[in-house]
Design a protein around this ligand. Structure first.
Ligand code: G
Ligand code: G
Ligand code: NA
Ligand code: MN
Length: 253
């Protein structure tokens, strides 16, 4: 739908913005991190969501430009939060296309260090369904990010093709169960079983387990009992503009 020129200009001309969605620790409800999510402030259409343009950006070969832009915005915001005493780590989504670039690890490290932050401030979220296409290149990049002390999270777990063996061999610190399994799992035997098995697997591999798409108290109760260590979703907070985060932190129990 959108042309290459249009998307390229949008990235270069500052039309990409970030919203931030809090994550909490289930044991005590304490805020544990945030995920940044890109939105396109389209001059005519208003706010356009990533499902409508990220795969186009990948097809046009513009994903590195978008990723750089997102990291720049995210690290600037994180530095400002650090100055306000907000210490939460920030999760940034990485596309598979980005990971296949042989210089990706150095570029990511440079962008983070140039902003005055360190590896422990950032979690890279990699979408599982794309991870397995070029396992060797991905494994190399992920291992090198891990050696540089970045945390890596496997996103949308359950909708891709990973196996237990691949999970064990890749240096993931965190597993995020896809929201399509989480919301309503308490009333769906199959989805419920997938959430429980994923949480058990994460625990036995020493990984943090984040339930995405926690929309209701019933979702919360179910994923907590299933052993998910962390939660993200509308029951906790919607993705918010950066300015709304500090008031969310003040109001959150
Ligand atoms: O914000 P929303 O819930 O609509 O995000 C939908 C999907 O878009 C996310 O699951 C994520 O995979 C992708 N996405 C969001 N922000 C980014 C980003 O900055 N970079 C990339 N590559 N994907 C993103
Ligand atoms: O990276 P990923 O595609 O997993 O990003 C999470 C996406 O899920 C974002 O687009 C965000 O807007 C969306 N989201 C976050 N919380 C919820 C929720 O509780 N329910 C639903 N349906 N979507 C959510
Ligand atoms: Na994500
Ligand atoms: Mn996800």
């Amino acid at each position: 739908k959108y042309s290459e020129t249009e998307l390229s200009r949008a990235i270069e001309h500052g039309q990409m913005i970030l919203h931030y969605q809090p994550q909490v620790r289930m044991a005590d409800g304490e805020p544990s991190g945030m995920e940044c999510l890109v939105r396109w402030r389209h001059p005519e259409e208003g706010l356009v969501y990533p499902e409508r343009f990220v795969s186009l950006v990948e097809d046009y070969g513009l994903i590195d430009a978008l990723t750089d832009r997102v990291i720049l915005l995210a690290t600037e915001q994180l530095r400002s939060w650090r100055q306000q005493g907000i210490k939460l780590p920030l999760a940034i989504n990485l596309s598979m296309d980005t990971l296949q670039n042989p210089t990706v690890v150095e570029r990511l490290q440079e962008l983070v260090e140039a902003s005055g932050l360190t590896a422990s401030d950032i979690v890279w979220e990699v979408t599982e369904s794309r991870i397995m296409r070029d396992l060797t290149a991905t494994l190399t990049a992920l291992s090198r990010l891990h050696l540089k002390k970045f945390a890596i999270s496997i996103d949308d777990f359950g909708v891709g093709h990973s196996s237990l063996a691949q999970l064990r061999d890749l240096p993931f610190a965190e597993l995020k169960i896809d929201r399509s399994f989480v919301h309503g799992a308490y009333a769906d035997q199959v989805h419920g079983a997938i959430v429980e098995a994923s949480a058990r697997m994460a625990a036995s591999l020493g990984m943090i387990c984040v339930a995405e798409g926690v929309e209701s108290p019933e979702d919360w109760a179910f994923v907590r009992k299933a052993g998910c260590t962390h939660a993200q979703g509308w029951a906790i907070a919607r993705p918010l503009p950066s300015a709304a985060i500090s008031s969310w932190l003040e109001r959150w129990p």
